[in-house]
Design a protein around this ligand. Structure first.
Ligand SMILES: CC(C)(COP(=O)(O)OP(=O)(O)OC[C@H]1O[C@@H](n2cnc3c(N)ncnc32)[C@H](O)[C@@H]1OP(=O)(O)O)[C@@H](O)C(=O)NCCC(=O)NCCS
Length: 162
């Protein structure tokens, strides 16, 4: 598996991830295509500035994108998120990619405590947090895409692991 920075040609993968009702069921519902294109433009700019990591997951043997892991700063905290396309799920790709990004974050040294807020009902994402070294801090309501979700709050200390 490879991780690479997002590129303009990733619009198709963005649309397949973010306009899909099943993919987005725990993330506020599917987004309109125009909004996804605008998000890609913003993400490319963010990566150019170096203020966030938006990594595309590319499984070995293929140039096809399988998903994404993002790590960004907002409101003074570092937050990580992930998605894997339906046809690529269940093969351990998300776990492997999250573990790789956490390793990079540890080497990079600037991310401190990394927070994740999967919905309490998102069994796969909570399993990823558990197996990649996050600690469960509690449950709380999180507003995302204009909706309130009951989420698990997980934290990974990127300055303490290794
Ligand atoms: C969540 C998601 C990224 C998982 O991707 P994936 O590549 O299938 O995950 P993996 O194969 O690495 O599996 C991760 C863990 O979840 C478990 N898992 C996978 N699918 C599961 C399911 N449907 N129910 C319960 N557990 C599941 C796996 O057994 C594995 O557990 P382990 O680490 O204890 O072995 C993917 O389903 C997805 O993109 N969903 C839609 C978007 C989303 O919910 N994003 C996360 C928002 S926080």
């Amino acid at each position: 598996m490879l991780l690479r920075d997002v590129e303009p040609a990733d619009l198709d993968a963005y649309v397949r991830m973010r306009c899909d009702p099943v993919m987005m069921s725990e993330l506020g519902g599917p987004q309109p295509r125009e909004r996804v294109a605008a998000q890609l433009t913003r993400d490319l700019e963010t990566v150019r500035e170096g203020s966030a990591w938006i990594k595309m997951i590319v499984p070995g043997q293929s140039a096809q994108v399988a998903g994404t892991v993002t790590l960004y700063l907002h409101d003074g905290i570092s937050e990580i998120g992930w998605m894997v396309l339906p046809e690529c799920q269940g093969r351990g790709l998300a776990s492997e990619a999250v573990r790789a990004v956490l390793d990079l974050a540890r080497e990079d040294g600037r991310w401190g405590l990394i927070h994740a807020f999967p919905s309490t009902t998102n069994a796969a994402s909570n399993a990823i947090c558990r197996s990649t070294g996050f600690t469960l801090v509690g449950q709380e309501e999180t507003t995302f895409a204009g909706r309130v979700f009951q989420t698990s709050h997980w934290v990974f200390d990127s300055s303490a692991h290794g």
